[in-house]
Ligand binder design. Sequence first.
Ligand SMILES: [Cu+2]
Length: 142
Amino acid sequence: MVGCLAVSRRLRFARRLALLGLAFAAFWPALASAQQAHAVPLPREVIVTIDNFSFNPPELTVPPGTVVTWVNRDDIPHTVVAAGKSFRSRALDTDDRFSITFASVGDFVYFCSLHPHMTGTVKVRGAAEAPAAASRATGPAP
Ligand SMILES: [Cu+2]
């Protein structure tokens, strides 16, 4: 009887281990593709967090084709609305995200329509001016 119990316990453990393996196998491709996405230079994604009634960073400069994603880290809803009306999010609850691909060059001033004192700017500049692209092209000397 004791032996039987031990075997069934071991079986249960093995089953749990198998389930864990399955969960990992299901998760792994997503993880791998996420890493691949970061290896691709364009389009790249920049995160702006909404924290304590402010956009962080409040101003950023990106090359054309960049995806900017706002993430609301506050406990209350916020929106992301372009001053020029070129984009407008719904009310973002805690941890909600809103993404825009900035295809063309320009300055995009935006604000929160619920708290208009919250403002930010996305400056989209030609790829040649982007410091990240320039330093990657040059690279460190061998
Ligand atoms: Cu707000």
